[in-house]
Design a protein around this ligand. Structure first.
Ligand SMILES: Cc1cc2nc3c(=O)[nH]c(=O)nc-3n(C[C@H](O)[C@H](O)[C@H](O)COP(=O)(O)OP(=O)(O)OC[C@H]3O[C@@H](n4cnc5c(N)ncnc54)[C@H](O)[C@@H]3O)c2cc1C
Length: 432
């Protein structure tokens, strides 16, 4: 399906990356320094422009993320960052290969500030990439890794400190404007948005233990009406350290979009540093919620809605089912729910309670079934789906959420059943 808004945003993105580079070639030019040096400089500028714009990608602007979905944007952010870092590293390597004499210490003995900044930013960027790729193995917290993003400031100091191309006042003005734009984005994300959240706090109204190492936080707005969301969407939650905490965590809403008083619930499974603290949250605690986000929402016309969840991927499905029930919607829904065993199957009781209120079929699929289990076992495959769904498969609307390997397998299975990509929607919980 042609996505005009997506194409426009992509065009704008390319414009922001390439225009500053081409602008350097306008007007008065400094003396040429040979092809490879100039080429390397162009790579450096492009890499820096790409990095600066990353703030825009991850600043949670709904209009930017909506055409693709947040997970795709973060995936793009990750891949583009690697390309940008590659360009930035290629920049000095090519320069020194073309002009090895530059490696010699200057006669004055003083190393220029631009060179010091370059060295520091390269070292910090190297650390950022290593941490991004092997964060879990290195046992670094997500929060610490988040803070290493400051590396980009070194690149800007290097560019301004060297200023070979920025002698021309017009070019200097353009790059200053660009850097100012990045700073504005940063101020918006780190100051304006938190200030907004500070004025719209939430209070934890209940903390409910769930099966499968999960906990539901029930939150209600304090002194404001909250926000409305579409079932399937998610919000960024900050529990500790106040609204200005650098790292918020994304969680799907697991409650009905029709809940009164702006009340929202998130059901969180223990996984790492942050999620392991959720069970210790106290009733009455102040938390901050930024939302709603995401394009993983029910609402498209379909004969049957097919929800395919694995583990904690049940949370957006729960919100969809509760909302459909509250709205008295009796369209058929089939839920395929993969989990290890009954003990780790979250929302068992809540799902059973929904059966009389919906035209709902639940197909539990257990990978470690207990003795005597008569239901489906193993993984969700094309054969398993076709055992429970009537043809024509391409007319149903599919929603998939779960661990990445499960989602890949289900997407392949749907492809085998002849379901076009436009008929299924995926929400990936791991941005990796
Ligand atoms: C759109 C979306 C909806 C989600 N909904 C739910 C849900 O309903 N219930 C649930 O239990 N989990 C959900 N998650 C996953 C949840 O956000 C992570 O499990 C949680 O942030 C892990 O944090 P941690 O510090 O405990 O674990 P860590 O071990 O630090 O992180 C584990 C992985 O989670 C991701 N992650 C960690 N921190 C962040 C962050 N601040 N921002 C983005 N990604 C991060 C990284 O990929 C990381 O590798 C959702 C994720 C996304 C993207």
């Amino acid at each position: 399906m042609f996505n005009l808004r997506g194409v426009l945003w992509l065009g704008l993105y390319l414009l922001f990356i390439l225009a500053p580079l081409f602008a350097l070639m306008l007007g008065a030019m400094p003396p040429a320094r040979g092809f490879w040096t100039e080429f390397a400089v162009a790579l450096g500028y492009s890499g820096l422009a790409m990095m600066g714009l990353q703030f825009g990608l991850t600043a949670r602007f709904r209009y930017v993320t909506a055409p693709w979905g947040e997970d795709v944007i973060y995936h793009f952010h990750r891949q583009v960052s690697l390309v940008a870092v590659g360009l930035v590293f290629a920049h000095p390597l090519i320069i020194f290969a073309a002009q090895p004499e530059l490696l010699a210490r200057p006669e004055s003995g003083e190393i220029p500030i631009g060179a010091v900044a370059a060295l520091l930013s390269l070292a910090a960027l190297g650390a950022l990439v290593v941490a991004a790729l092997w964060r879990v193995k290195l046992k670094l917290s997500y929060e610490l890794w988040h803070r290493t993003h400051i590396a980009i400031i070194g690149g800007i100091v290097h560019m301004v400190g060297w200023s070979f191309y920025l002698q021309d006042p017009a070019k200097r003005a353009l790059w200053i404007a660009l850097v100012a734009f990045w700073v504005v984005l940063l101020v918006y994300v780190r100051l304006v948005k938190p200030l907004f959240l500070l004025r719209r706090p939430y209070r934890v109204a209940a903390v409910q233990a769930q099966r499968g190492d999960a906990t539901t936080l029930v939150m209600e707005p304090v002194g404001h009406a909250g926000f409305t969301f579409t079932p399937g969407q998610f919000g960024w939650l900050t529990v500790w350290g106040g609204a200005f905490n650098v790292t918020a965590h994304p969680f799907s809403f697991s409650s009905s979009a029709e809940a009164p008083g702006g009340r929202v619930e998130m059901t969180i499974r223990k996984l790492g540093d942050f999620t392991s603290t959720i069970a210790s949250v106290k009733v009455g605690q102040r938390v901050y919620l930024d939302g709603p986000y995401g394009a993983f929402t029910i609402g498209q016309p379909a004969d049957i809605h097919v929800l395919i969840a694995g583990g904690i991927g049940i949370t957006p499905m729960m919100s969809m089912l509760l909302t459909l029930a509250d709205r008295g919607d009796r369209r058929p829904v089939v839920l395929f729910y993969g989990s290890a065993d009954p003990d780790s199957t979250i929302f068992q009781t809540e799902l059973a309670a929904l059966l009389p209120r919906l035209d709902l079929t639940i197909v539990p699929v257990l990978s470690k079934p207990p003795q005597g289990w008569a239901g489906e076992t193993g993984h969700i495959t094309a054969e398993l789906l076709s055992r429970h769904l009537p043809p024509a498969y391409e007319q149903h609307e599919y929603f998939i959420c779960g661990p990445n390997p499960m989602m890949d397998a289900v997407e392949t299975a749907l492809d085998r059943l002849g379901v076009p990509m436009s008929k299924y929607h995926s929400e990936r919980y791991s941005f990796a």
